[in-house]
Design a protein around this ligand. Structure first.
Ligand code: SF4
Ligand code: SF4
Length: 409
């Protein structure tokens, strides 16, 4: 695609990178068929190609309008289009630049600003979200169904192993997961313990994705730098990996190297952190799984009807399609066929808060596909997808590593 970037943007490094991405797009339209918002809304402006075109127009000097902003806001950032694109267009990087430029040109309403501020003020902070979740759990019975369905029941985490193995990996507790689903990292710690690996916690927090995807890039980078500082002593001491049990965070942390590449104090450390970051499925895939010692009777009796939902951040963001399924199959778990497995469930970080109608449509579609084979469990790999799906189904939705943990002898 030919470009003619406006003089006022030409000097910006981010826009130069965006121009390179724009030039890769050949307008073939292959990405349209796999774009969830295009499939639902049927409008080219809500497709990857349409959004790329709108970003190009704005970078070439055309004034962005609230309509441009709406079409960009409606993008789930699911990156399904990146998986489909034969030209290697890094759409999500382009979208980051486009959204930032449009945000400068189109002011949001007071209500929208307040909502975005509220989400950023609460969600990325475990010390704020935790008490709210606990209060919600306490008063769940008297809350309206719509709110109550989003609050998970309190679950026991079980014992966390105290063994100190020579092999150590870092964990990212994250922001929402510790209060909404504290058992996930505890389960990962028990599973890794069987493999002779200690999962250690440093004082890390939110990965930065919430702020980053709400166009607060500076706020997102503050979280990133904070995590790097928290992890660095353990990395210098020889930690082998930084293990992610939420694929949304994993996709973000794997991007630290790119996002902080212009920061002279953090660029090198960020690159190293991204290099060390592994989804828990990648870690297990490289280990001798015989060491786990699962109870074959438990696996055979209880875990043969599992519908796996691979989050977009796992299959498209991290390009790890099939990895978790391979681990679960190797361990003897029974996975059911699921139609349209590549499609987003509609959670997409804070998307379900800001685009509830599209999000609900996608959730219903995803659950229909997951329920088709009548699973005993829906397993996934990201806290956002897990909570989003659980809010509309009686079938237990769990992180797959929790199932592996439950089958340990
Ligand atoms: S598939 Fe790739 S090259 Fe083709 S229109 Fe979509 S983004 Fe552009
Ligand atoms: S990221 Fe997802 S929703 Fe956005 S344009 Fe690509 S396929 Fe469509």
């Amino acid at each position: 695609m030919q470009t003619n970037i406006a003089q006022s943007y030409k000097a910006k490094a981010s826009v130069q990178a965006a121009e390179e991405i724009l030039r890769k797009c050949v307008h073939c339209g292959f990405c349209l068929a796999t774009c969830p918002t295009y499939n639902i809304l049927g409008d080219e402006l809500d497709s990857p190609r349409g959004r790329i075109y709108q970003i190009k127009q704005v970078l070439e000097g055309e004034q962005a309008t609230p309509v441009t902003q709406l079409h960009l806001d409606r993008c789930l950032t699911c990156r399904n289009c990146e998986t489909t694109c034969p030209s290697g267009v890094q759409y999500s990087q382009l979208l980051d630049v486009g959204r930032a430029v449009v945000e400068e040109q189109v002011p949001r309403s007071i209500k929208a600003q307040f909502m975005r501020w509220g989400v950023k003020a609460v969600l990325p902070h475990p010390g704020r979200i935790g008490p709210l979740v606990r209060a919600g759990q306490l008063f769940k019975k008297i809350l309206p169904d719509q709110i109550a369905s989003t609050i998970p029941d309190r679950r026991e985490t079980g014992m966390v192993p105290g063994n100190q193995h020579p092999r150590q990996m870092l964990a990212l507790p994250g922001c929402v997961q510790p209060s909404m689903s504290p058992g996930v990292n505890a389960a990962a710690a028990r599973v890794l313990d069987r493999l002779g690996i200690s999962l250690i916690s440093a004082n890390s927090g939110c990965c930065g994705a919430i702020n980053h995807h709400l166009n607060d890039h500076a706020g997102g980078m503050d979280f990133m730098r904070g995590n790097i500082d928290a992890w660095w002593p353990a990395i210098e001491a020889g930690a082998e990996a930084i293990v992610m049990t939420a694929s949304g965070c994993g996709a973000m942390v794997k991007d630290y190297g790119h996002l902080l590449s212009d920061d002279p104090d953090y660029a090198e450390k960020a690159r190293r952190v991204s290099e060390l970051t592994k989804d828990i499925s990648e870690v297990l895939h490289n280990e001798n799984l015989q060491q786990l010692k699962l109870d074959p009777a438990v696996v055979a009796d209880q875990y043969q009807q599992i519908a796996f939902h691979p989050p977009c951040t796992l299959q498209h963001g991290q390009q790890l399609a099939g990895r978790t399924e391979a681990v679960l199959s190797q361990l003897g778990f029974g996975l059911l066929p699921v139609d349209d497995v590549q499609e987003c469930c509609g959670s997409a970080g804070t998307y379900s808060i800001f685009q509830p109608a599209i999000s609900k449509t996608l959730k219903a579609k995803k659950l229909a596909n997951l329920h088709r084979s009548k699973p005993d469990y829906i397993a996934t790999a990201n806290i956002g997808c897990s909570l989003h799906l659980q809010s509309a189904t009686e079938t237990p939705v769990v992180h797959w590593v929790e199932l592996v943990d439950r089958a340990l002898v």
